[in-house]
Write a protein that binds this ligand. Sequence first.
Ligand code: MTE
Length: 318
Amino acid sequence: MLIRQKPAIRPSEITPESQYLDRRRFIRSASLAGSGLLFAAGCSGAGDEPPAPAPAPAAPNEAADLTPNSFADITSYNNFYEFGLDKGDPARYAGQFKSQPWTVTVDGEAENTGTFDFAAIVGPHTIEERIYRLRCVEAWSMVVPWNGIPLGDVLRRFKPTSRAKFVAFETVVRPAEMPGQRAGVLDFPYREGLTIAEAMHPLTLLATGLYGVDLPNQNGAPLRLIIPWKYGFKSIKSIVRISFTETRPRTTWSDAAPNEYGFYANVNPDVDHPRWSQARERRIGSGLFAAKQPTLPFNGYGDDVAGLYSGLNLVRNF
Ligand code: MTE
């Protein structure tokens, strides 16, 4: 973007990709798949409960290839500036980061506020599996089999008031464990925000894992957002604060370079970044000489989310 160890989980804990793909094929043939979303038992917190009813958002545009990237790609090519600027820094330096125990403070315009343990935040919800593409503003993308809970299901438990128009998020500040924070490469804490409608949208995921294991540190352990129709920088990692606000919250990248990174950050091939085109993207893992593929409006999720922005000029509100 702008500016200038040990593995977090043991290899034995990782579902081998072949087994993972077999499991997916099995789930499909057992007809548990619903309109592009799969619900998998056996993930942390899923217990023996039956799958939750599908929120039934449509699958992304047919042109969007949803073959997952390898676990190695997903966990070794990361943006997490708290651990450094290089894509390899998070995997290299996040091994000392402690993601348990974990608390999240919920404050602002809601009836139930306070500081909650990780388990209380996740609550009684069944952990789902969702295959989403993550399109980074830097014109690369990956497909990740995330595990998590719809953010809206979590937020509703805190009973936001009618004054809650936005939801703001903050990442943990722990310079002793995060070398990028010691180097001051950004104004930490990393901050992000969504409108309440975006936060409540059934596609918006509070992720707790990927490939069936808890989130590796470099991917934002233990809790991060995934908003699949927005550039990746909106998908804030290692969340410790959720605030319901009446006014639009500050966000890290809009503060750092407002002409380059907007609040909405909807994936839009027609609105170039001031320093590069957003029309195409490079799929990580497709090989150095592979052709770039066209970027889809809203990352292919337009049928589900374009309505959130009716009447809004998406060139000015980038
Ligand atoms: N969250 C925090 N706290 N710090 C970051 O630097 N980088 C963002 C986002 N969330 C970032 C963050 C960017 S630019 C991207 S593209 C995605 O995380 C990358 O997520 P990934 O590493 O899981 O691919």
